[in-house]
Structures are given as structure tokens and as C-alpha cells.
Design a protein around this ligand. Structure first.
Ligand code: 8YV
Length: 316
């Protein structure tokens, strides 16, 4: 097919090479250099673009959709929808797809972070590497993980996958979700604060919709208490981060395992300096297997839309 006959797609933000390579073979891809000036970035191609590739941290705004009058489909490389204007997409008849293939890995990461903090794995690694064991020191004891009380904030797909894993560790599971899950048998608390008060480990797995605000604040952390461990595999902006910094540095909570931050990739220095905190760079879903499934999901959605007129994983 000649270039002039090929369907044109806008590439918003960094996309994975495998996706760019696969779709680049059949479609004309245009990088959007400036999110503030999509029309200017694309020039005359803006009028021809029929699909866009984005990711949840950028999403797609009504302004970007306005700059792409022929837009039919937007694929998000991930599941978060808080930066995508779904109402504007619906109004314009634009289909939005996600990659709902990552829940298991995110749940695994939540377990790893909780165990790492409580059993002092990363901190022990640091201690060993800095020669303190060889120098005759005695490692500090961790805290037991299995059999403890686990509170899950947000009982969606990640929360459920996490609960399944925690069952195997004989944890006593309860949860809070503003939309209770009728098919879930775990005790439901009336608030995040009440859940935190009844938990040794508090896992934040909630979706970060627009205007949700802080799901975890100073009061929640105070309720979790000095022995409690907080784990976040959801979104940094769902947590009052300065309150979290205070809580881990003052000993108001025992520790934290964090995959996400308020202003990524910037992480407060006080967290970096804290030995009772484990920090990872937003990698909860980042395994070779899941990334490859996510790549395929984006590729298949675009191909299916433009060959069969239907997307495979549209947001309902
Ligand atoms: C991804 C995520 O790491 O799905 C999401 O919303 O935040 C993560 O799983 C991210 O989308 C990669 O761009």
C-alpha cells in the first residue's frame, strides 16, 4: 500500500519499540512533539489522523481530540483512565481501549513490597553490601508477614488478585471500597481510616479517577499506626505525600513500600533517605511477559478497529 493510502496514527508520549515497529509496517505513524500544540506538531496530518496511541499517565484530553477531527480510536498502554476525558471521547464517538492484562503482576508487586518492608530485605541487602555483616554486625529483626491483618483499599481487579495471594499467606483480609463488591466475602469497613485501624498492612489498590483526591491522608496513616506498613501500587496522587513522608520519618507508621509517586519521576529526598521505605520506579506491571501482552493488546486493538470495525478491549 502506498503511503498516501495508509491510515495515519498519532503517537502521543513514548511508545514501546515493538508497538511502533509492528504498527509502523501497516500505518503511517506521526510523533506528537508537543502536547500543548498537537495541531502544530502534526501539521496537515492532524486532519488525517484516525487513531492515537497514548498511555495512562498522559491520557487524552478534549483539546487533543479537538486537534484530531477524524480521530476514531485511542489506545492506552495501561489501565488508568484518570487523564483521559472519557465524556469528551463519548461525545465525539471516539473509542478508548486499555490493556487489561496486567492485574496479576501488579498484585505480585504489592506482595513483594509488603514482604520486603516487613522482612527488611532491601535494607538487609544494603547493610550487607556496605560491609556491616562482614564487620561483625548483627542484622536487625524484621516483622512477620504471614498471618497478619491485611487491609485492601480498593477491591477492583488488582485488589481481588492481591487478596487471592494474601490468602495463601493466611492473612486476615478486610477491605474498604466506596463501591462495595457484592461477590466478595471479606469484611467491609466503613472508611479507609477504619480499615487502617484494623490492619497491619494497608494496600492501596484504588483507581485514581478525576477529582478523587487523597484516599490516604495523615489520619489514615495515624490509624495504621507505628507497627503498620503502607503499600501503594495505585497512584501517588491518591496519597498525601508530605503526610506520608512525615509518617515514615517520625515513626507514625512502621514503613512503606511504594511503586508510585505524586510527581513521577521525582521522589522526595526524605523517602530516598528513609531505611524503612522500599521504593521502585512504577514497575508494578513491568514484566517481560506483561509488557509483551500489553504491546500485543495495543497492536490488536488498532488492527481490529481498522480491519473489522471493532476494538477488542474498549472502555465500556
Ligand atoms: C503502566 C499503569 O506501568 O496501567 C496503568 O495505569 O500505570 C501502569 O501499569 C503504565 O501505564 C505504563 O505506561
Amino acid at each position: 500500500m502506498s503511503t498516501s493510502e495508509r491510515i495515519e496514527l498519532a503517537v502521543i508520549g513514548r511508545q514501546r519499540p515493538a508497538v511502533v515497529e509492528a504498527l509502523g509496517a501497516d500505518f503511517v505513524l506521526h510523533d506528537v512533539a508537543s502536547l500543548d500544540d498537537v495541531a502544530g506538531s502534526l501539521g496537515p496530518a492532524a486532519e488525517r489522523v484516525r487513531g492515537a496511541l497514548s498511555n495512562p499517565m498522559i491520557g487524552i484530553s478534549a483539546a487533543i481530540m479537538d486537534a484530531l477531527p477524524k480521530l476514531e480510536i485511542v489506545t492506552l498502554f495501561g489501565v488508568g483512565l484518570e487523564r483521559t476525558d472519557l465524556a469528551a471521547a463519548r461525545e465525539r464517538g471516539v473509542v478508548v481501549t486499555t490493556t487489561p492484562v496486567l492485574y496479576e503482576d501488579v498484585a505480585d508487586t504489592a506482595v513483594v513490597l509488603a514482604m520486603d518492608v516487613s522482612r527488611r530485605i532491601t535494607s538487609g541487602d544494603r547493610w550487607l553490601r556496605t560491609g556491616q555483616w562482614a564487620a561483625g554486625g548483627q542484622a536487625v529483626s524484621g516483622k512477620r508477614f504471614s498471618g497478619k491483618r491485611a487491609g485492601i483499599l480498593g477491591m477492583g481487579r488488582i485488589g481481588r488478585a492481591l487478596a487471592k495471594r494474601l490468602e495463601a499467606f493466611d492473612m486476615q483480609i478486610s477491605y474498604y471500597d466506596p463501591r462495595p463488591a457484592p461477590d466478595v466475602a471479606y469484611p467491609l469497613h466503613r472508611s479507609g481510616v477504619e480499615l487502617a485501624r484494623e490492619s497491619d498492612f494497608l494496600f492501596l489498590c484504588a483507581a485514581g479517577g478525576p477529582g478523587v483526591g487523597h484516599v490516604v491522608d495523615a489520619e489514615t496513616l495515624a490509624a495504621l499506626g507505628p507497627e503498620g506498613v503502607f503499600v501503594n501500587v495505585a497512584r501517588g496522587w491518591l496519597v498525601d505525600e508530605p503526610a506520608l513522608v512525615d509518617a515514615v520519618t517520625s515513626g507514625a507508621i512502621g514503613g512503606a513500600g511504594l511503586d508510585v509517586f505524586d510527581d513521577e519521576p521525582n521522589v522526595p529526598q526524605a523517602l530516598i533517605d528513609a531505611d524503612n521505605v522500599v521504593l521502585v520506579p512504577h514497575i508494578a506491571s513491568n514484566t517481560v511477559e506483561t509488557r509483551s501482552d500489553m504491546d500485543q493488546c495495543v497492536i490488536d486493538n488498532i488492527r481490529s478497529w481498522f480491519s473489522a470495525g471493532s476494538a477488542l478491549t474498549p472502555v465500556p
